[in-house]
Design a protein around this ligand. Sequence first.
Ligand SMILES: Nc1ncnc2c1ncn2[C@@H]1O[C@H](COP(=O)(O)OP(=O)(O)O)[C@@H](O)[C@H]1O
Ligand SMILES: O=C(CO)[C@@H](O)[C@H](O)COP(=O)(O)O
Length: 503
Amino acid sequence: MKKYLLGIDIGTSACKIAIFNKQGEVLASENGDYPVYYPKPGYAEQNPDEWWEAIYQTINTTIQKAGIEKEEIAGIGVDGQSWSAIAIDETGKVLTNTPIWMDTRADAICKRLNKEIGDDAIFNLAGNSLQPSYTTAKILWYKENLPEVYEKTYKILQSNSFIVYRLTGVLSQEKSQGYGLHCFDMHTGTWNEDMCKKLGIPFHFLPEIYDCHQVVGHVTEEAARLSGLAAGTPVVAGGLDAACGTLGAGVIHPYETQEQGGQAGGMSICLKEYSADPSLILSFHVVPNLWLLQGGTTGGGGVMRWFEKEFADYEREVGKNTGKSSLALLDESAAKVNPGCNGMVFLPYMAGERSPIWDVNAKGVYYGLDYSKTKGHFVRAAMEGVAFSLKHNLDVAAAAGAQVGELKAMGGAANSRIWTQIKSDITGKPIAVPSSDTATTLGAVILAGVGVGMYRDFEEAVEMTVKVKRYHEPNMENYKIYQERYKTYLELYHNLKNTMKER
Ligand SMILES: Nc1ncnc2c1ncn2[C@@H]1O[C@H](COP(=O)(O)OP(=O)(O)O)[C@@H](O)[C@H]1O
Ligand SMILES: O=C(CO)[C@@H](O)[C@H](O)COP(=O)(O)O
């Protein structure tokens, strides 16, 4: 009997494969790493075939670890990072590495298009201001800088639609990632030919649009051979990682809100009507007829990943003897420092910043050093800085009319109790943690389960699968301390922004 679902998450730092039963319990979950390349300042790219290789290898090991028969998998859902621009030719060959969501190389193209077409005209159709991180300008960057790629391009795919293509041979574009292209009408969920022309994006580059839970095809013999899946297994269109994580955190009703700590940080507020703000991000939810008003930052869990890589040799050594992870040991050092970090403040703009400041020149900053400061201060200040950027996005959303209550945390950073508590104290909002590492894959398999008819609808799926594991209440004493630090956080950027510009 087909009783399991398989989810694939194309994260920035790694792919995650997880196999779930109908109740949302994880039978097995495995990660497969791949690199991000930073060839020049402002550039951040990945090789989509390295995603695919890591994914099919990890599917093999996950099926083995779960101890199930491949034929027992009823359906597959794929979610992925935002704003790829994967150029493939007619044979399906990837023509170049894709600039990823934090890549800002196309800044000058955006400035030009905003002037030529009018930023209001673009925003009114696309629900998003035109910024270099999105897919749109990356396509035009190919045209101007890699004409040999542009000339051979048959389709432009997003991360999840590329993996769906490798699995099934079917080209698709699902609704939740449409927002990466400013010729996607965020009111109707359709391509707008007129805006394509204005932007200079050939209409034939754009694949057919599907609902996220729609079955687009079945695993091919070739994909089955590589991955260990059964040929013929249904694959749904899937969706944006943030949106699948939002579903996997149980956010499917208006004003319910997800808080994300993957490589990127931010939040997603569920809306039942179109409501855009030029400082924020608007996408469709993976659940039909809902939108997500998002704050998407460049520094989330990734800040701690960077810190660990560069400064945690000692913790890695200690971890070998204690069995604790270096991240858990960094958490312990942060817990020894007072809330507010004795005046130390961190700006987490580690790859420029996306919402709400949209500044490609923004830089990471540690402020407030003196001889009393310890490594723990650096760790805690980094955590607090990421939490301030979450508050910043929530405040902008509230000012735009989207005032929210409880947050539901997802992503690797939600594994950290102290970091989640800091976020609760800084925002003054309770935070529930349903699942951390597996929220995105759970969202992807809910799409698959609804698509193949295992669940009646999204309500039933969420009720059956999403279980809160932890709950954090804000400490209002700490909240008061943080309000003062937050003023410093805002002032620091305001005062430094001209200095941050390239000279
Ligand atoms: N205990 C922890 N403390 C702090 N950060 C953590 C902890 N566990 C995981 N993380 C963070 O989670 C991030 C990975 O989250 P994940 O959702 O897997 O990211 P992505 O999908 O973007 O690759 C890492 O950058 C790491 O810093
Ligand atoms: O841009 C968004 C959402 O709009 C980010 O969530 C990226 O999709 C990166 O995802 P992670 O690698 O952090 O999961």
